[in-house]
Ligand binder design. Sequence first.
Ligand code: HSE
Length: 458
Amino acid sequence: MYQDHLASFAVSSHTHAAPPHAIAPLRIGMLGLGTVGAGTYTVLQRNAEVIAARSGRRMELVMVAVRKLARAASIVGSTVALTDDPYAVVNHPDIDVVVEVMGGTTLARELVLRAIANGKHVVTANKALLAVHGSEIFAAAQAQGVVVAYEGAVAVSIPIIKALREGLSANRIAWVAGIINGTTNYILSEMKTKGASFADALADAQAKGYAEADPTFDVEGVDAAHKLTLLAANAFGVPPQFDQVHVEGITQLDAVDIAFAERLGYRVKLLGIAKRHLHGLELRVHPTLVAADHLLADVNGSMNAVMVKSDAAGLTMYYGAGAGSEQTASAVIADLVDLARVMDVAHQHRVPALAFQHSAIAALPVAPIADVETAWYLRLDVARAARTVPQVMAVLADAGVRVRLLEQFDHADDAELNALVLLTDPVQERVLRAAVAQLEALPHVMGFASTLRMERLA
Ligand code: HSE
C-alpha cells in the first residue's frame, strides 16, 4: 500500500506543468560548493520540476564561485559556469540572488554587503555571519529593498524561522528553547548509547558533514549561540545580540555526571534558551538536565528540536534534522522559492527579515547569567568516612538553596570517596555559586563541585 503510494507520487511528480515561459527564471549565483552548496546544487537539479511548480519560476544557476575549480567541476560538470573570483558572482549583471554558503564572517560579510549594494537578494545558511553582523546586513538590505533569507542558518531542515515569522505572528512569545546543534547532540547520543569517546564521536560527526569547518564552534556552544541569537531576534523583535549570549559547550562535561543524571531520571542535552521577562531577556547556551520523559530527552543523533512557548498558540515544538547537506539545502531552496514568489512585490509587503517590521526592532537588556534563576544539579566528591551531609545541608539552608533530592553514589575511580549528588529548587545563579564556594571549602569535600543547570520547559 505504502509502496503504491510512493509509486503514484513518483509518477505524478513528473507531470507538473512547467511555469509559463513569460515569467523570467530566478537567476542564482552561488558562493561556495561545500557540503551545503553541493547539496543545494543536487536538490535544485533533482527536484527542478516540483520546485518550479511551487515557485512559478524556474531556478537558473548562473554561476558558482569556488576555491577549488577542479573539485567543483567534478560535481557540476559543465552545467554551470564556475569561477574562483567570488566578486564575479556578486557583481554579475544577470544574477538576481546570491546564495552564500561559503561560511566565515570576513569575506562573506564583504560579499554579502556588496551583493546587497548591487541590488541583489541574498539567501544564506551562515548563522555566524548574521549573528555577528546581522544588524548591519539587515539594515543594508532594508535600505536597498532586497531580501536576506536564512532559514538554513537555524536548525537546518526545521522551518523554524518561518514558524516564528509567519505561523506564530499573532503571539507574544515567552521563550524559545531547544537542541539547535546537530554535532553536539550526535556526540552526546553516541557517548550515551554506544559508549563512544568524545573524540571518536566528533570525528564521526565531521565525517558525516555535520560539524562546522572549525568544530570548536560546535563543541564550545558557539554555533548554538549563533542560532539562538537569530531565534531570539525573531521571537522578541530584538536585533541580533550574539555578544550577550552566555555560552558553555560540552567539552567540560564529565561522563560521570551524565551517568549520575541518568540514574536520577534525567538526560543531559546542550540547549539554547531564550526567555522574555518583563524588563529584558535571558540568552544562554549550556549543557542542561531535562527529565528523561521530556520530549527533548528523546531527540537523538544529529536531530534538532525547538520548543516555543507563546500566549495564544501555547507550547509548540518543531523537530527535524539539525545538520547535513541536503537537509540544509532543503531550507536554502525553500528561501529561493519564497523569493521567487515575492520578487516582484514591493519590499514593504514582503515578510520582514526578523519577523518584526524593521522600524519596530529594538534591543532589550540581557540579564547577566548571575541573575538567572534555574534549578541545579550538584555533585560533590566527599570523603567516605566523614559525616558530610549535615554540613552540606546546613550550608545550603543558610544560603537559601532548597534541596529537592540528595543521593550518595560510590565514586567511580576512588574507593575512599562518595559522590554526593543534589538537585535543588530554582535559585538565582549568584546565590548558588556563593553556596558552592562554601561547600568546596568544607574539610571533607574534595576538589571542585560539578554544577549543571536543570530546566523543566513545560
Ligand atoms: N555544525 C552545525 C550543527 C551544522 O552541527 O548543527 C548545522 O548548522
